[in-house]
Design a protein around this ligand. Structure first.
Ligand SMILES: Nc1nc2c(c(=O)[nH]1)N=C([C@H](O)[C@H](O)COP(=O)(O)OP(=O)(O)OP(=O)(O)O)CN2
Ligand SMILES: [Zn+2]
Length: 124
């Protein structure tokens, strides 16, 4: 049976942002930081020889390259991110990893402190 698998790798990054919003505006407008947690999932079938969808070392290396554009950055200034919301962070990470030829199926970004979480699911 040729099963289809979903493989996931977690990571985190620390970054600053501001957020212009209609609600609770004061705190969000000042530059401040968060620890963001991320989880990237890739979907596919096993390679007959390696038994892998993709080597986790490759997935980790590609994530690290994208993580480096976010960690210890002011997210407002990251090219291609847009307003630094959880949704845009998910889309940014998914787009960057798909551009690196990874079969991304989902990206989740969350902040432990406030319990905020967002998950982007990409179509098959
Ligand atoms: N749809 C979305 N709504 C909101 C988002 C988002 O990403 N997508 N983000 C925020 C805020 O960033 C979030 O509530 C945290 O508040 P913030 O002002 O950024 O920082 P705080 O220090 O108040 O947050 P902590 O949770 O205390 O770290 C709101 N809405
Ligand atoms: Zn914030």
């Amino acid at each position: 049976m040729d099963f289809e698998f979903e493989l996931s790798q977690r990571f985190f990054f620390d970054a600053a942002h501001t957020l212009r919003r209609a609600h609770e505006t004061a705190g969000s407008l000042r530059v401040h930081g968060h620890t963001y947690h991320g989880e990237v999932s890739v979907r596919g079938r096993r390679d007959a020889t390696s038994g892998m969808v993709v080597d986790l070392a490759v997935l980790r290396a590609e994530i690290e390259a994208v993580r480096g554009t976010l960690d210890h950055h002011l997210l407002d200034e990251v090219p291609g991110l847009g307003t630094p919301t959880l949704e845009n962070l998910c889309a940014y990470i998914a787009t960057a990893l798909r551009a690196r030829q990874l079969p991304v199926s989902a990206v989740r970004v969350w902040r432990e402190a406030g319990g905020d979480s967002c998950r982007l699911v990409l179509p098959h």
